[in-house]
Design a protein around this ligand. Sequence first.
Ligand SMILES: Nc1ncnc2c1ncn2[C@@H]1O[C@H](COP(=O)(O)OP(=O)(O)OP(=O)(O)O)[C@@H](O)[C@H]1O
Ligand SMILES: [Mg+2]
Length: 325
Amino acid sequence: MSVNAPLLSGENLTRHYDIAGKRFGEKLSVKALQGVSFRLDKGETLAVVGESGCGKSTLARLITMIEPPTEGSFRIGDTVVDKKTGRPDKDLRAAVQIVFQDPYSSLNPRQKIGTILAEPLLINRPDISREDREKKARDMLALVGLRPEHYDRYPHMFSGGQRQRIAVARALMMNPKVLVLDEPVSALDLSVQAQILNLLVDLQDEFGLAYLFISHDLSVVKHMADRVMVMYLGRPVEYGERDEIFGNPRHPYTKALLSATPIADPERPKQRLKLEGELPSPINPPAGCAFHPRCPIAISRCAADRPDLAPVAGRDVACWRADEA
Ligand SMILES: Nc1ncnc2c1ncn2[C@@H]1O[C@H](COP(=O)(O)OP(=O)(O)OP(=O)(O)O)[C@@H](O)[C@H]1O
Ligand SMILES: [Mg+2]
């Protein structure tokens, strides 16, 4: 692996879901993800933001190998995964772990915490002794701020925040390089959110973890991200450094998202831009730029040609008018 190769990178990642029915004689499919490319380096956080249904969790399912891409590929270290890759080997799957939004449904209610934590090792690393497995599980409990006696308790005995600590501990059992965090604090009370976010920052510093951080909450993203990818209807529309994107957004969709969120920042110019209309269907996305029916600055070209991401003002933007904005 070359020195500058990213830890994880995606190339044209695409995922379509076939659904029942036909339109103009063609089988229908949901275009959940359409040609997403990105890189993620050791120790950094890339945030993925966008409205519900824009493909954030789909991206998460691809890179955690829960399901394969329809097109495109991603690379972890020297290994490339695409639609032809069969079941990837255990080391590869261990490298990318996920924490889901809902701490109430993600832990098996019939298993003790110790069992929940030890299970990934039991399945994937039969060479590790029972003693070592249990020791590692206890170490992980301490690492995420829980107590040794919690080892023998059941999930229902914990609060939402504690359960999310357990989910993080379980994700860390396999010594991953990348954690995919899919709305990890959205289900928690505000005060608890801050505790979990701080824990994640500490763990990242300690282990050099890379985070793919999915969130619709821009104030959380601003706190956590090094870089940001803004998605609309399965495609990235703006991608770059956090400060560039929050300080000087260039895509009209990013501007609309930011102006809808109260983020205390005296340096950010006051731009009010209201998002009109409904999110179009990913089964039949608009021609040209998918955002054009809702875009306040669209021109006729936007309805005909789809702009690709291109460098503008120190980040990448997919907008014909990004230079003027
Ligand atoms: N198995 C599936 N079959 C058909 N459509 C699907 C399937 N999984 C996801 N979709 C559709 O793909 C699109 C993207 O879904 P995804 O869950 O990735 O969105 P999201 O950005 O994570 O949204 P949210 O913020 O609500 O979590 C949505 O339109 C969704 O309905
Ligand atoms: Mg989701």
